[in-house]
Design a protein around this ligand. Structure first.
Ligand code: DAH
Length: 357
């Protein structure tokens, strides 16, 4: 018994004397750890007579509990003291200036897209969407591209591997498949734009493999090319926030429109920057035309009853023109200096009431 009493007062003194959590843990291990002094006593019980074991066992267990409680109490006290010390020493001066951090900004392509959507929304167009991964039917066949026709090759398509059923998916080469998806699923009158990403095997100063288009489609009774011209000119004047946009329609061929045209915007390319409303250069910005009767038929619309116009424009191109960016590839360079210069505030979403840009 005296041994136990001595051990108890020793261990409790050590617990009381521990000045930090680490020291307290060392005391704990030495007393009640696997090979600790009290745990060692418990192992001696096996060699005792049943009588002795009864009294000694109870005494050793009581000692172990007492020590464990003392350790827990001391631990709580040390932890509280440690927190108090931290709270007293760690202070934060909220009046100090914040460190400089580079601010995020809206990419010019997305800004341009938002501006286009805002203008067309005000003109009564709804936004339609379609998948980036398309099938041959929506990207080509329903748009009146004849099988094996060279126009298919013109699009320099990214194809996926052929599936077991012979089908070959592709990355859409234009947003025109959304026309098809819309006409198949909605009844005329239809007035939509379809903004989105498009893909072609192409890479130079005015072409990137991924680019953005906004498709437009209007289907109703009595629609003619005058409606198309007015819509595009009104859009361009609003978009460039000036009346001095000079455009030209050039006759063109698209399988899905008849007649078809491309529209160019007059610009000045001297001096490394593109300026619109002046100069002697033209930049092609869109394709358009009257929806081909075969396309209407492929989508279940009677061409004798309904007509329509469609257009597809390059978002990145329009952004380059409006914001004077000379090389399309910079859009993808992820250069933070370029983004800081050309980017837009996320808090200034374009809308017709407060302004576009
Ligand atoms: N899909 C054409 C292209 O990417 C652009 C285009 C031309 C879209 C005429 C149209 C259109 O809707 O009518 O080159």
């Amino acid at each position: 018994m005296t041994d136990l009493n001595t051990l108890e007062s020793d261990v409790l003194a050590q617990v009381a004397g521990a000045t930090d959590l680490q020291a307290l843990d060392a005391v704990r291990v030495a007393a009640v750890g696997k090979t600790g002094s009290i745990s060692g006593l418990l192992k001696t019980l096996g060699a005792m007579s049943p009588e002795e074991r009864k009294t000694q066992g109870a005494a050793i267990n009581a000692l172990r509990d007492k020590v464990a409680n003392a350790i827990a109490e001391k631990k709580a006290g040390l932890e509280a003291a440690e927190l108090d010390a931290r709270l007293a020493s760690e202070t934060l001066d909220l009046s100090l200036p914040a460190p400089y951090r580079r601010k995020g900004s809206v990419h010019p392509t997305m800004q341009t897209m938002d501006e286009m959507i805002a203008i067309f929304a005000e003109m009564g167009f709804a936004v339609a969407e379609g998948p980036d991964i398309e099938d041959d039917f929506h990207n080509f066949t329903a748009l009146n591209f004849p099988p094996k026709h060279p126009a298919r090759e013109m699009h320099d398509t990214f194809f996926f591997n052929t599936k077991e059923n012979g089908e070959r998916m592709l990355l859409r080469t234009h947003t025109s498949p959304v026309q098809v998806r819309t006409m198949v699923s909605q009844k005329p009158p239809i007035r939509i734009i379809a903004p989105g990403r498009t893909y072609r095997v192409d890479n130079d100063a005015t072409h990137t493999p991924v680019f953005h288009q906004v498709e437009g489609l209007v289907i109703d009774k009595g629609i003619h090319m005058g409606h198309l011209k007015w819509t595009l000119e009104t859009f361009l004047a609003r978009f460039f926030e000036t009346d001095a946009v000079t455009t030209q329609f050039r006759p063109h061929h698209f399988p899905f429109t008849e007649p078809s045209a491309e529209m160019d915007v007059q610009c000045d390319r001297s001096g490394g920057e593109i300026k619109i409303g002046q100069g002697t250069s033209w930049l092609e910005i869109l394709g358009c035309g009257m929806v081909h009767p075969n396309v209407l038929r492929a989508c279940g619309i009677d061409p004798d009853e309904y007509q329509g116009f469609a257009f597809g424009m390059g978002v990145d191109r329009l952004g380059m023109l409006k914001y004077g960016m000379p090389d399309l590839r910079d859009m993808w360079s992820s250069d933070v200096r370029w983004l800081a210069h050309y980017g837009f505030s996320a808090f200034a979403a374009p809308n017709p009431a407060s302004g576009l840009s």
